[in-house]
Design a binder for this molecule. Structure first.
Ligand code: T46
Length: 144
């Protein structure tokens, strides 16, 4: 598992409690395995494995998120305006923390990928930067 070099990102692990043939339970808890108070949960599914299927392509100004691929797998590209890195989400209990100021792109959805996301705040379009050049300008002035 490669270390994350992109600012405001890091790997997260949550429990995987195995019960033999009866399956596994993974638990995400505010301020424990998830490093912020969870205010919103959403999940993305019905994803097709095709070069043209790409989600994300934005950064957040304040929002913190934790992403877990709870079925299948996907690729996530991260960019903080200086460093960039591509990672794979392949385990239901191994996710990533994405803080503010990280441009992220999700793609290469495989095996009926389901992406589960915990977010630190309610949905607000005002918090999104959806233009990459605007993001590069923003990251220069908010990189402390
Ligand atoms: C992120 C990645 C992983 C809402 O109305 N409420 C919500 O909570 C969300 C997440 C989305 N929406 C609406 C806004 C758009 O009209 O759903 C539509 C699709 O959203 P978006 O284009 O932002 O979807 P993604 O998959 O590109 O990005 C989403 C999150 O927005 C984003 O924060 O990190 O998933």
């Amino acid at each position: 598992m490669n270390d994350l070099i992109v600012r405001n990102s890091r790997w997260l692990s949550i429990s995987a409690i195995k019960d033999g043939y009866d399956g596994t339970i993974s638990v995400a808890e505010t301020s424990k395995s998830i490093p912020f108070e969870i205010k919103r949960v959403y999940y993305i599914y019905n994803l097709v494995h095709h070069d043209n299927v790409v989600r994300g392509k934005h950064a957040h100004k304040k929002l913190q998120q934790a992403l877990f691929c709870i079925n299948g797998s996907c690729s996530v590209s991260l960019n903080d305006g200086t460093e960039q890195q591509a990672i794979e989400l392949t385990e239901p209990n191994r996710g990533i923390y994405l803080g503010p100021g990280v441009w992220s792109t999700m793609s290469n959805f495989r095996n009926s990928c389901i992406l589960l996301v915990f977010a630190s705040d309610f949905f607000s379009e005002e918090d999104y930067i959806r233009d990459f050049n605007e993001f590069l300008r923003y990251s220069k002035t908010h990189s402390a």
